[in-house]
Design a protein around this ligand. Structure first.
Ligand code: ADP
Ligand code: MG
Length: 491
């Protein structure tokens, strides 16, 4: 199927002379405004490279963007109720944890915490709902242009990144549009307050904890390549609330320096901790030994407010996403039929591969028509999925029981946009290429099992990759920062 193309923000191509002038300027602008990362190939804690970016914003239908923004609070609510439904989490993950050691370890922490009694009833959800536009060919729909409606890729409940790089992308591209004498286009790029929105959630949680001397801890990887997207959060908090100190600790350091106080307060390196914000802990490689698991358990047992708490982490697994898409399931969590209908529309086909009749049927379906699907394990962070033609071999190499650690998802076919991808050491002038995008909408929610006290949508991020690439993580190296240019006249 040849993918339909969305109308571009400005006319392409841009002539070489203009590109040679504006691209180096845009790279410097990006670096000097912190749209940057540490280099993986040439790492130095003292240096930054600009993060890859798309020179001008990519088109996105306004109607679909606004629908996604409008749905976010309902998705926040859904995840909150899912996270607090012990019976649902236990049943849904029952088969998965038999074969997936990482999810089993998380689940064991969860069950131990439940058995001991939850010390902190409040959870802080800093959520990102990721989505792509699905296209239908004009020949099929009979409409003039490609009809697009958005579909959910996944929901992240842990380490939802790009709160800084999202707004930063808009800033770079606004600068570029201005340099290209297209300032008139800037007003069609939606406002993006992701950083203040996410940090506002942490500050609110800090206030709810109620000790003005308590610190916020960011749980970090051994090396943070995506450092700007964490430091800007820290700097924002410090600037807005000068008396809140942010500490950065690995799970290994928390194991060495952490302990519980008399009333289950979390103390790390002598500081009482109000809020723990996980930017690590979502993949097996972050737990080098039992020590890191013990550290996770210590945090979960404490009365610090976690983002996410362990039940929120489990609610964000791919298996839970697949279970929520089964007919009738949303009604368990959401009573308003209009809301149920609105969420139901964003699911693309999601199928269980459990060791039972329906799982076997999905297995046969995938073998018969692999190009239709993406095969996903219970992992986060990119680079773990299997696509199209590679699916049969992957599935055949697993036992029927092992397959239940994975889910099968219909592949989404987003429309193409044209643009210039700017990368460190990339060709100059850059070539005009075909691109596809993935939008992430941020949401913030605070509450306990019965009551939600805070719930808002908090900005967005757009990641764009070559249309031929399967995955587009920016930190992983294939994607680039981008922001939406809203099209009004899309049908
Ligand atoms: P992760 O937790 O590793 O980020 P995702 O489910 O987000 O896992 O998948 C990683 C990437 O794979 C996405 O960012 C997207 O580019 C691509 N992808 C995932 N699901 C689909 C799908 N159903 N159709 C097309 N591409 C997909
Ligand atoms: Mg993802």
């Amino acid at each position: 199927m040849s993918l339909p193309m969305l109308e571009s923000c400005i006319q392409y191509p841009i002539d070489d002379k203009t590109l040679l002038e504006v691209v180096p300027k845009a790279k410097d602008w990006a670096l000097m405004h912190g749209a940057a990362m540490r280099s993986k190939s040439n790492f130095s804690p003292d240096a930054l490279n600009f993060a890859p970016f798309i020179l001008t914003p990519s088109s996105f239908p306004r109607k679909e963007f606004e629908k996604a923004v409008d749905l976010q609070c309902i998705l926040n609510e859904l995840m909150h109720f899912v996270a607090h439904d012990d019976e649902f989490l236990t049943t849904t993950l029952a088969e998965t944890i038999k074969v997936d050691e990482f999810t089993r370890n998380l689940f064991n922490v969860y069950k131990k915490v439940l058995a001991n009694g939850i010390q902190q009833p409040l959870s802080l959800g800093l959520i990102r709902s990721d989505l792509m536009l699905e296209t239908c060919c004009p020949e099929i729909t009979g409409k003039k242009c490609a009809y697009c409606c958005w579909k959910q890729v996944e929901i992240n409940t842990i380490a939802s990144g790009f709160g800084h790089l999202g707004p930063s992308s808009k800033a770079i591209q606004s600068f570029v549009l201005q340099e290209l004498d297209h300032s008139d286009k800037i007003s069609k790029m939606p406002e993006n307050k992701a950083l203040s929105g996410l940090c506002g959630g942490m500050i609110k949680a800090w206030e709810l904890y109620g000790n003005p001397n308590a610190v916020i801890v960011f749980v970090i990887e051994d090396i943070s390549y995506n450092i700007c997207d964490q430091r800007f959060h820290e700097f924002y908090i410090r600037e807005t609330k000068p008396n809140i100190k942010v500490l950065r600790k690995t799970l290994t350091e928390i194991h060495e320096q952490g302990k519980l106080g008399k009333n289950n307060e979390l103390f790390i390196d002598g500081h009482e901790v109000s809020v723990v914000y996980f930017r690590a802990g979502y993949e097996p490689g972050h737990y080098h030994s039992q020590n890191e698991w013990d550290a996770r358990y210590l945090v979960e047992c404490s009365k610090a407010i976690k983002s996410p708490s362990i039940h929120y982490h489990l609610a964000g697994t791919k298996k839970v996403q697949q279970a929520l898409a089964t007919p009738g399931m949303l009604e368990r969590f959401i009573t308003d039929p209009e809301k149920v209908k609105a969420i139901g529309k964003i699911f693309t086909g999601l199928y269980s591969l459990d060791n039972n009749e329906s799982g076997n049927a999905s297995y046969e379906m995938a073998l018969k028509d692999p190009e239709r699907f993406v095969l996903k394990p219970q992992r986060e962070g990119g680079g773990n999925n299997v696509y199209g033609a590679d699916i049969p071999e992957a599935l055949k190499s697993m036992s029927a029981v092992e397959r239940s650690g994975w889910i099968l998802m219909e592949r989404i076919h987003p429309p193409i946009t044209k643009g210039y991808m700017i990368r460190a050491d990339g060709p100059m002038p850059p070539p005009l290429v075909d691109l596809v995008s993935e939008l992430g909408i941020f949401g913030v929610i605070i509450g306990d099992s019965k009551t939600i006290t805070t719930n808002y949508q908090a900005g967005h991020m757009l990641r764009t990759k070559l249309s031929t690439a399967n995955e587009g993580g920016v930190a992983a190296g294939l994607g680039a920062l981008d922001s939406p240019y809203l099209l009004d006249n899309c049908c």
